[in-house]
Design a protein. Sequence first.
Lengths: 120, 113
Amino acid sequence: DAMVIQNPRYQVTQFGKPVTLSCSQTLNHNVMYWYQQKSSQAPKLLFHYYDKDFNNEADTPDNFQSRRPNTSFCFLDIRSPGLGDAAMYLCATSRDLMASSLLDGKETQYFGPGTRLLVL
Amino acid sequence: AQSVTQPDIHITVSEGASLELRCNYSYGATPYLFWYVQSPGQGLQLLLKYFSGDTLVQGIKGFEAEFKRSQSSFNLRKPSVHWSDAAEYFCAVVVNNFNKFYFGSGTKLNVKP
C-alpha cells in the first residue's frame, strides 16, 4: 500500500553522467517535493511542484532539474553529478501547499523511502 | 534567523528506559511542529505533529511530545524504549505562510539491550 514510491532505491552513476531519479504517488496530492539528505544531515529542500508550477529553492544548484509530467510522477534530473552529489534523495508529497494545509490541521508531507545515489 | 536545534547528536539508552529528545526552535510566531523518524536507509515517517490546542500530543509507536511556548521547545518522549526504536529522529517546523519544512539536524538513538 505504498503511497509515495521512489525508484530505484539505490542508484550508482559515474562522475558527470546524467542520472534521473523517479518518484510516483498514489495520493493524488497537488504538491511534490524533492529533498537532498547527506549523511548525518537534515533533509534539504531542493524544489517543489504545486501542480505544474515549479518552485526552485534559491540555493539549489543549476545542476539539479525536475520534471512533473502528470500529477502522479515527478523526476529529479542531475545533469552532471559530482562526488558531492552523493546523498539520499527524498521525495515527498502534500495535499496542498503547507500553509493552507496546516491551517485546517490536516495533512502533512508524506515521504517516500528515498533513493540513495552513489557517484563513482 | 529561523532555526531548529536538536542539541543531542547521539543518544544511547537501555531498552525499557525512558527517553527524551530535545528540540528547540527560534521563530517569532508559534510554528507548526513535527517529529519524524528515519530508520537506516529509509524515508521519513511522521510520529506526531502539533498545530494548536492541547500542548501534549500523542503520536504513533507510544511517542508523545510537549510544546512549551515559554521555552520554545517541542521535546519528544517515550516512557519505555524498545530496541526497534533505534533510528534517527528529526524535529521539523513549518512557519505559517512558508511552504516548507525546516528540519533540525537530527538525533541518532541507539538502544542497548
